[in-house]
Design a binder for this molecule. Structure first.
Ligand code: S3P
Length: 182
């Protein structure tokens, strides 16, 4: 088990549910959570889709590293949901490693992610069509695998179930009806 004081970094493919699991985990662990994409959008005053359209993917990736660093330097944010591509950059993985972090891959099937991508209101500039997204999904698995923990988002599990499972298995927190046992 990792140190309970470690920061939690959630990674995984687009549409897997990183932000929702982060919110539940924040409630269970009573720790602040932060969403890297939300920080970028707020700080830049621009949506990610517009940022990529106007400045290109490379600029977006540079900003991702810049804001990830800022988040990691700020000790208050102890649960961080990354954007699906942030973990692909070696510099970001090294940065995360250099801080005390427990990294968690929320793993799922391509079809599950694809369904959520289509149901979600979030506009995703990396999504062109199903075939291209499937290729991206396959390419990225080998890097998501490098995370410390892997949690399978089985279809029968809700995001809350997964957050509870993480609290129990990663942090040995006993759960009682969705709450921490006192
Ligand atoms: C991206 C995933 C998005 C967002 C950006 C790029 C990616 O976040 O960071 O559109 O390259 O996979 P989500 O994983 O929350 O969709």
């Amino acid at each position: 088990m990792k140190n309970a004081a470690d920061r939690v970094i959630l990674t995984g493919f687009m549409g897997v549910g990183k932000s929702t699991v982060a919110r539940h985990l924040s409630y269970i662990l009573q720790r602040e959570q932060i969403d890297l994409d939300a920080v970028i959008e707020e700080s830049e005053g621009c949506s990610i889709v517009r940022l990529v359209e106007q400045k290109g993917v490379e600029v977006f990736r540079t900003l991702e590293t810049k804001y990830l660093k800022m988040i990691l330097e700020d000790e208050r944010a102890s649960i961080v949901a990354l954007g699906g591509g942030a973990w692909m950059t070696e510099e970001n993985r090294e940065l995360i490693r250099s801080y005390k972090c427990t990294t968690i891959w929320l793993e799922s099937t391509f079809e599950h992610c694809w369904r959520n991508i289509n149901l979600s209101k979030k506009k995703r500039p990396m999504v062109k069509n199903k075939r291209q997204v499937r290729t991206l999904f396959k390419d990225r698995e080998r890097l998501y695998c490098l995370a410390d923990w892997h949690f399978l988002m089985k279809p029968e599990l809700t995001s809350l179930d997964v957050a509870k499972q993480i609290a129990e298995e990663v942090f040995s927190i006993e759960m009682l009806n969705g709450r921490k046992r006192p």
